[in-house]
Write a protein that binds this ligand. Structure first.
Ligand SMILES: [Zn+2]
Length: 266
């Protein structure tokens, strides 16, 4: 119980700082307190380090090259401040496995699934934030055709490299900080979590290119994730995908795939 209270205190401080830095909306800050309390309170400090690595690096990368990204804002469903749905899409699976660790403290799989889900969302966020800097237009993951920057389901060299780096950073921390660490398994665990992270991020792109709900702005004549209104104020019209499968659901799927692979391969 004291650890849950400590987790709550710690999560409130982080959410407060993130709110001041405008990285979280009000609802996002509440969701971050919930996720942070569960992960630190039920997992432990090792879990908190992984969560913070994701949170701080993603928030920092969102700010980087802001001018070059401003033009892409119209494509993405949401702006720079993460709201509750975004925080939960990235953190719900991780929180679940922190809870499972609490009930099965001797088992190694909750940590691996947790770390792999964080590696997946970190890979995906890094790829989104840094992939837009690729010098040439990205290509759709399904047919390789060049598309506009910021298009859902598009991949690029920079983006893929960033996904690899994002997954590897979480993986190396997770392999070393593993509460059940066995030195002989560190390299294997590093490779496993990196692989699960990349696979989750690629699955995210695959959904983005196929079944994610995508809209069209008749005024700007552009494809966008934004609904019901575009950045220009015009109502957007759905042109493909499943209506319920928005960007948050796709991110949740990315976390689920990462965790599932982490569990299966452990
Ligand atoms: Zn528009």
């Amino acid at each position: 119980m004291p650890q849950l209270l400590l987790g709550l205190l710690f999560a409130i401080i982080i959410a407060f700082l993130a709110r001041r830095a405008r990285s979280l909306s009000r609802s996002g800050a509440y969701a971050a307190v919930l996720v942070g309390t569960l992960i630190f309170g039920l997992g432990g400090w090792q879990w908190a380090i992984i969560l913070l690595t994701f949170f701080i690096s993603s928030s920092a990368l969102t700010r980087l090259f802001g001018k070059r990204k401003a033009a892409l804002n119209e494509k993405f469903e949401k702006g720079g401040q993460r709201d509750a749905a975004q925080v939960l899409a990235n953190g719900a699976v991780a929180s679940l496995f922190a809870g499972l660790h609490f009930f099965f403290p001797a088992a190694a799989w909750p940590w691996l699934a947790f770390a792999a889900s964080m590696a997946a969302v970190n890979a995906d966020t890094w790829a989104t934030e840094l992939g837009v800097l690729n010098p040439t237009p990205p290509r759709l993951i399904t047919n390789g055709k060049p598309v506009d920057r910021g298009t859902s389901g598009a991949i690029s060299f920079y983006g893929t490299l960033s996904a690899l780096a994002g997954a590897a950073l979480i993986a190396i921390l997770a392999a070393v900080l593993d509460p059940h660490v066995q030195p002989s398994l560190i390299t294997y665990r590093f490779l496993l979590i990196t692989f699960a992270g990349i696979a989750g991020a690629l699955f995210d792109s695959l959904l983005g290119a196929t079944v994610q709900a995508i809209y069209h702005c008749p005024k700007c004549d552009k494809e966008t994730e934004r609904h019901p209104v575009h950045t220009c104020g015009m109502e957007t019209v759905q042109i493909r995908g499943w209506k319920w499968l928005n960007n948050d659901m796709v991110n949740l799927a990315c976390a689920v795939v990462g965790a599932a692979l982490g569990m299966i391969l452990s």
